[in-house]
Design a protein around this ligand. Structure first.
Ligand code: PFF
Length: 444
C-alpha cells in the first residue's frame, strides 16, 4: 500500500519541527557558546541571524517538502526532474546518518547521568573527574548510546502520527514546563542579577567577526537546517497550512528555549561563583555542581536531565526519520524493519565516536578525535554547504510562480514580507553562508 502520511494537526507539525530544532544545540551548546563568546552580544547576534538567515532557509526547506510531499531525495527529483539537484537530499541523508551517530553518544551521556541521579551517586562528587570518568568508560558509553538509539527507533518505527507526533505532543509541553520551573528556581537565587545581565546586556566592544560566524553556525544547527530534515518533516504537512507562520513559530520557540537555557544556567553560575566560560563541560560539569549547592538540588538536577533527554530524543527522531523516509518510499509495511536496520547501523557507525574519549582517544581523523571529526564534518561542512545549495535551489532554480504560490497557501497574501524573504534567500543567505563556510574551513 502506498500512502504518504500526514501530521494530524498543524500543532502536531509545529511541535515535531520545534522538537527537531530544540535539542543539544539550544540546551548544551548555546549556553557554553554564549558563555565563551561574550554572553549577551552572542545571544543578540544569534537572534538576528536566526530571523534573517536561518528562518528564511527553514521556510525554503518547508517549501520544498510541502510542495513535493516527498522524502529528502525524491522531493528534489520531483521539483527538478532529470537534474542532479537531488544530490542535495542524498548528501543530507548521509550527513544525517553521521550526525545521529555522534548525537546519540551525547544522548547516552545524558542517560548515564540520569541513571546516577536516580541512584543518588551524583551528589557531592567531583564533577569534572566524574564527567571524564563516564565518557571514558567504554562499556557504559556504548551501552547507554545503544539504549538511546533503541528509544529513538521505538518511536520512529511507529510512524509520523503514532510515533513522532504523539511523543512530541507530550515531550515538548513537558519540556517547557520543566524549564519554567528551573528558570524560577535559578532567578530566585541570591545574586542571580549578574547572570541576567551577562545574558541580556550586550557589550558591543566584545563583538568580533568570529562571534558573528559562530552565531550563524549556531543558528543553523539549532534550527536543523541544511540537511533536508525539515524537508522531510514538511512533506507530511497538509496544503492548507501556512508554512511561513509555521517556520516563524519554530524559530521563535527555538529562541525562547535558548533564552530559557540561559536564564536557567547563567544566574545559577554567577550566584554560586562559577565561571561562565567553561566550554563544553558547562552543562555536564558545572550544572550538577550548581544544583548540588541548592536546596533540593538533586531533584532539580533530575528534572534538568529529563528535559535534556526529551529535547535530545525529539531531535534524534527527526534525524532518523529522514533516513527511514528515503528507504521506506511510502511503503508503510516496511517501516518498522527499516527503522530497526538503519537505527542499528547508525549505532554501529557511532561506536568509534563513543569510544573516542577513552580507548580510542589516540585515533585521529584529520587531526581530530573521531567524535570531533564527525561533528566538524556535519556542523561545519554539511549544514552550511547544504543550506547554501538549498537557498540557491529555491532562489534561482524553482520557478518564481511556484515559490510564491506555495508560500501563499493558507494566508491572505504575503505582501512585503515575500520580497524581503526572496531577497534574503537569493542574496543575504548565500553570501552569509559562503563567508561562514570559508571561515570554518580556514580559508578566510
Ligand atoms: N537542531 C538540533 C539541535 O539543536 O540539537 C540538531 C540537529 C537536528 C541539526 C537535525 C540538524 C538536523 F537536521
Amino acid at each position: 500500500m502506498k500512502t504518504h502520511e500526514q501530521w494530524t494537526s498543524k500543532l502536531g507539525f509545529i511541535l515535531a519541527a520545534a522538537g527537531s530544532a530544540i535539542g543539544l544545540g539550544a540546551i548544551w551548546k548555546f549556553p557554553y557558546m554564549a558563555g565563551t563568546n561574550g554572553g549577551a552580544i552572542f545571544f543578540l547576534l544569534f537572534i538576528l541571524l536566526t530571523l534573517f538567515v536561518g528562518a528564511p532557509i527553514l521556510i525554503a526547506e518547508f517549501l520544498i517538502g510541502r510542495n513535493s510531499q516527498k522524502d529528502a531525495i525524491r522531493a528534489y527529483q520531483k521539483l527538478a526532474p532529470g537534474t542532479k539537484w537531488h544530490y542535495i537530499g542524498g548528501a543530507g541523508v548521509v550527513f544525517s546518518f553521521i550526525l545521529l551517530s555522534f548525537y546519540s553518544v551525547v544522548g547516552g551521556w545524558i542517560l548515564s547521568y540520569l541513571g546516577r541521579s536516580i541512584t543518588g551517586s551524583l551528589s557531592n562528587a567531583n564533577y569534572g573527574e566524574l564527567f571524564n570518568e563516564i565518557i571514558a568508560n567504554p562499556v557504559e558509553v556504548v551501552l547507554c548510546q545503544f539504549i538511546f538509539m533503541i528509544m529513538t527507533i521505538m518511536v520512529v518505527k511507529g510512524g509520523v502520527q503514532k510515533g513522532i507526533e504523539r511523543a512530541s505532543k507530550y515531550m515538548m509541553p513537558a519540556l517547557f514546563l520543566l524549564f519554567i520551573i528551573l528558570a524560577i528556581r535559578s532567578l530566585t537565587l541570591e545574586g542571580a542579577g549578574a547572570g541576567i545581565e551577562f545574558l541580556l546586556k550586550p557589550d558591543f566592544s566584545a563583538m568580533t567577526a568570529e562571534t558573528v560566524l559562530l552565531a550563524l553556525g549556531q543558528a543553523f544547527f539549532t534550527l536543523s537546517v541544511g540537511i533536508s530534515v525539515m524537508v522531510t518533516y514538511a512533506s507530511y504537512l497538509s496544503k492548507s497550512e501556512n508554512i511561513v507562520k509555521s517556520a516563524f513559530s519554530v524559530a521563535g520557540l527555538n529562541i525562547l528555549i535558548c533564552f530559557l537555557a540561559g536564564i536557567v544556567i547563567f544566574p545559577a553560575v554567577f550566584a554560586l561563583g562559577f565561571e561562565p566560560g567553561q566550554g563544553p563541560g558547562l552543562v555536564f560539569v558545572v550544572l550538577p555542581a550548581v544544583f548540588n549547592e541548592m536546596a533540593f538540588g538533586s531533584v532539580f538536577l533530575f528534572i534538568f536531565l529529563v528535559l535534556l533527554l526529551f529535547a535530545t530524543l525529539t531531535s534524534a527522531f527527526s534525524i532518523l526519520e529522514i533516513v527511514v523516509a528515503v528507504l521506506v518510499k511510502d511503503e508503510k509495511e516496511k517501516r518498522s524493519k527499516l527503522a530497526w536496520i538503519s537505527g542499528l547501523l547508525i549505532f554501529i557507525v557511532g561506536v568509534p565516536s563513543a569510544l573516542s574519549f577513552g580507548v580510542l582517544s589516540e585515533v585521529q581523523v584529520f587531526g581530530k578525535s573521531v567524535f570531533d571529526a564527525a561533528d566538524f564534518l556535519v556542523s561545519n561542512l554539511g549544514l552550511p554547504l547544504g543550506a547554501l545549495f538549498i537557498s540557491v535551489f529555491v532562489g534561482y532554480r524553482l520557478p518564481r510562480k511556484l515559490v510564491k504560490e506555495e508560500l501563499s497557501l493558507g494566508t491572505n497574501g504575503l505582501g512585503f514580507f515575500y520580497d524581503i524573504w526572496y531577497f534574503s534567500i537569493r542574496f543575504v543567505a548565500p553570501i552569509a553562508i559562503t563567508v561562514v563556510f570559508l571561515q570554518s574551513i580556514g580559508l578566510l
